[in-house]
Design a protein around this ligand. Structure first.
Ligand SMILES: [Zn+2]
Ligand SMILES: [Zn+2]
Length: 191
């Protein structure tokens, strides 16, 4: 596997494992732990605000998924290989580099209630997630063995429940979980 070297705004070069990573680990860490507290946005009542908030909503949902997927991949890499760079596909056991892994669902459809449920999303290889359309049979068998049929059934039922999500909040939740896995809770520079 070849890993691209990318230049950070501070001038340092770093290995880029995925496209969300646009700063060196040092800058990323500083930015994450030295964030200013968020201020609440003022209520907007302008014409067109609703349409704008719809596209914002879509953008935020996409970004929330990106951070969620990032977290799932790191979580399962650590769980399956104890390394941050490689992970084992849940449905075929092949070991692949982080970059080639995807976050795959037990349940098809990706409705709001199941999209970011970390209990039913695991790393899969491209073959299982895309070419085999999610490899649902294998996925379901393995989850039943792990959690029991009742648990899997209750998750299947979630799919049809309609849920509203605050995607902006979800971005922060999964970003936090990702960085805690990456650096730990310790706010001292790890380098
Ligand atoms: Zn940097
Ligand atoms: Zn696979």
């Amino acid at each position: 596997m070849t890993i691209k070297l990318k230049k950070c705004k501070c001038g340092k070069e770093f290995k880029q494992y995925n496209s969300l990573q646009n700063k060196c680990p040092n800058c990323q860490f500083k930015e994450y732990y030295c964030r200013k507290p968020k201020s609440k946005p003022l209520l907007k009542l302008k014409i067109g605000a609703k349409r704008r908030s719809n596209t914002d909503n879509k953008k935020n949902k996409k970004l929330a998924w990106k951070w969620f997927s990032q977290y799932i991949r790191l979580r399962d890499c650590l769980k399956t290989t104890k390394s941050k760079n490689f992970g084992r596909c849940y449905t075929c056991d092949r070991i692949k580099p982080f970059k080639e892994l995807q976050a795959g669902h037990l349940i098809s459809g990706r409705t709001n209630a199941v999209l970011l449920d970390e209990e039913i999303v695991k790393v899969q290889c491209h073959r299982c997630n895309i070419e085999l359309g999610g490899n649902y049979t294998e996925y379901t068998i393995r989850m039943i063995n792990e959690k029991g049929i009742k648990w899997v059934q209750s998750k299947q039922d979630l799919k049809h429940i309609s849920v509203k999500k605050n995607w902006k909040e979800e971005i922060e939740i999964w970003k936090d979980k990702y960085f805690i896995l990456l650096y730990g809770k310790n706010k001292k520079l790890p380098f």
